[in-house]
Design a protein around this ligand. Structure first.
Ligand code: FES
Length: 171
């Protein structure tokens, strides 16, 4: 017995759903394929639209990623070698490091693997993630060991007198 001829076992009548959608099996295939294409097209458009909206919302929420923020004293960074701060919002942990060569670099602390906080290791001169032993190069923030495959988000920081000012997220 096929779906087209299946009737209710108790009353031998055509079920209500079959009366509402009286499509034959061959036609059913055609409609299903066409509906699938429509669904996938619409789904793709919706996803593209949602991505676009999320990108715009991210720009707006981060103030265009160009807001300046005083993140601390340069003298404090010199003493400790690294300085934790938040940028561009209070929910975004970051770390600034003065490298042994005297270069000032700053990155988001969020590991690009599963978002644990990276810390500066003076002995390795690298940013390390304690969760799964990810290691990031101090000069570029690029992954050099462990599971991370993407570099850390860079933060542009300027020294103005003894103050350190985060100015923008680098692309
Ligand atoms: S979260 Fe950093 S290595 Fe996994």
């Amino acid at each position: 017995m096929t779906d087209e001829t299946r009737e209710c076992a108790c009353c031998n009548k055509t079920p209500k759903w079959k009366q509402d959608f009286p499509i034959e099996w061959e036609g059913d295939h055609y409609v299903t394929r066409r509906e699938m294409v429509k669904f996938m097209t619409l789904g793709s458009l919706l996803l593209a639209g949602a991505n676009w909206i999320a990108a715009i919302a991210g720009q707006v929420l981060h103030g265009g990623s160009k807001a300046e923020r005083d993140i601390g004293a340069f003298s404090a960074l010199e003493q400790t070698g690294s300085l934790l701060f938040r940028y561009p919002t209070d929910k975004d942990p970051c770390i600034a490091v003065r490298t042994p060569e005297g270069k000032l670099v700053a990155y988001s602390q969020l590991c690009t693997h599963l978002s644990c906080a990276v810390v500066y290791s003076k002995s390795d001169n690298a940013l390390v993630c304690p969760c799964h032993h990810g290691v990031f190069n101090i000069d570029q923030g690029s992954p050099v060991a462990g599971p991370p495959t993407r570099p850390l988000q860079r933060i542009k920081v300027e020294q103005r007198g003894d103050r350190l000012i985060a100015t923008e997220l680098e692309a």
